[in-house]
Design a protein around this ligand. Structure first.
Ligand code: URA
Length: 231
């Protein structure tokens, strides 16, 4: 929310008074004077007028989970276990998922309470590379990497995917890097070239790499450097 709005939402504080308080340097965001009412202040930052707290800082959580197969990337489901059930109960209510994985897929899943931050991971325009290790039903044809690099036409969305990279690891195994995160994207790309994905494991999203020390189903908090790397 805009800082001026946070201030003027207080009882008895008009817009005019909010501007005066800002100009007088009496408004502090996380302990620093801020005179610009137009800045967006996330709910994770404290706002004070003099000594009076007008917005309590909410805790922000940033987690990486080693997703097991069989878990839905959702916060609630009647039928299937969800990834959020793998997280300690106190944190669950705050979290949403930054880039889903299909139920059968495994690997790096990011969960956060900071929607603005996690949207950067999934926003197609930002083009964060997502790297998957893929196994296929049929041998991967030599044309596959060329087709992926050209982009694959997705009829439903009426668009061509951004150029993707394919590094062949064996006959039916590859490392694929995509720069968006469209619905079932990797599976649909292989389907478009007459193949079928039999297993899909996400290794990384941008600079966030699945921690090799995390057991399947385990999670950890991101470090400060990992959080700020998604800028
Ligand atoms: N592409 C897919 O097809 N599935 C995933 O889970 C992720 C990317």
């Amino acid at each position: 929310m805009k800082l001026s709005r946070i201030i003027s939402n207080q009882n008895g504080v008009s817009r005019r008074l909010a501007n005066q308080l800002l100009a007088a340097g009496r408004v502090l965001v996380d302990g620093r004077v801020c005179r610009d009412g137009s800045v967006d202040v996330p709910r994770f930052e404290e706002v004070r007028i003099d000594q009076h707290i007008v917005q309590q800082a909410q805790p922000a959580y940033y987690l990486m989970l080693h997703k097991p197969a069989g878990y839905l990337s959702a916060t609630r489901d009647e039928q299937h276990p969800t990834v959020v059930e793998l997280i300690e109960p106190d944190l669950r209510a705050h979290l949403h998922i930054g880039g889903r994985l299909d139920r059968a897929s495994t690997g790096l899943l990011i969960l956060s309470s900071d929607g603005q931050w996690s949207r950067r991971l999934t926003e197609p325009a930002i083009k964060i590379p997502k790297v998957y290790r893929v196994t296929t039903a049929e041998p991967i044809s030599p044309q596959t990497s060329e087709r992926f690099a050209e982009g694959i036409w997705f009829e439903f969305e009426q668009l061509t995917t951004s150029p993707a990279r394919l590094e062949q690891l064996s006959d039916r195994e590859a490392r694929v890097t995509i720069f968006e995160g469209r619905y079932h994207q990797v599976k649909r790309m292989f389907h478009a070239v007459g193949n079928r994905v039999t297993s899909l494991h996400r290794e990384s999203m941008g600079s966030l790499i699945l921690d090799p020390g995390l057991p399947i189903g385990g999670y950890r908090h991101l470090t400060k450097d990992e959080i700020s790397s998604i800028g």
